[in-house]
Every structure is written in structure tokens, then in C-alpha cells.
Design a protein. Sequence first.
Length: 104
Amino acid sequence: MSFDEAGQLRADDPAATVLLDQADWFMQDEDEIDEPPAEPRLGEIAVPTLVVLGDRDVEAITDIGHRYARGIPGARLHTLAPADHLLPLRVPDQLHPLLLEHLA
């Protein structure tokens, strides 16, 4: 979703409309799978990991990204600006080189 400088959701953002329309589907509990918490197991990840955040994303997502970066051994963390959660749409010229370098 896209937020303005004051942190308010931009009503004119088509991506925000799609995500908000699908929010009910994401929140359904009936299909929830009971699994052990993943965060305590982040240290088991043994592959190169790149965590990329947008500087305008919501605090909860930013917090999750930082927790991943801290918990995964050797993980690299990059924050791109100006961007929210939709990095490929907002800052593709910054994101693509990071991904290509990581995957090389």
C-alpha cells in the first residue's frame, strides 16, 4: 500500500484498493494451519538471505523485516526509499540490482 508523507493511506493508489479488497480473505481463520512459531527457528536458515524493506512501509512489516535480518545468520538488510511494501512497483531501479547481485 502507499502512504503519504504524513503516514496516511493514499486513497488514489490502485494497489491499496486491491489489497484492501482482499484483506477479508487474508484474515480468514478457517483455513489456518497450526504450526510451531517460525521466529525461534530463523537461526536454522542456512542459505544466503536478503531482506529488503521500504522506508515508508507500515511499522509492523518493518519490525518483521528487522527481526528476520537479526534472526537469520548472515542475512543482509537493505532499506529502499522512497518506497512502501510494493518495492517492485515503487523502486524497481533500486530493487532489481540488489536482487541480481544477491542471486549471482
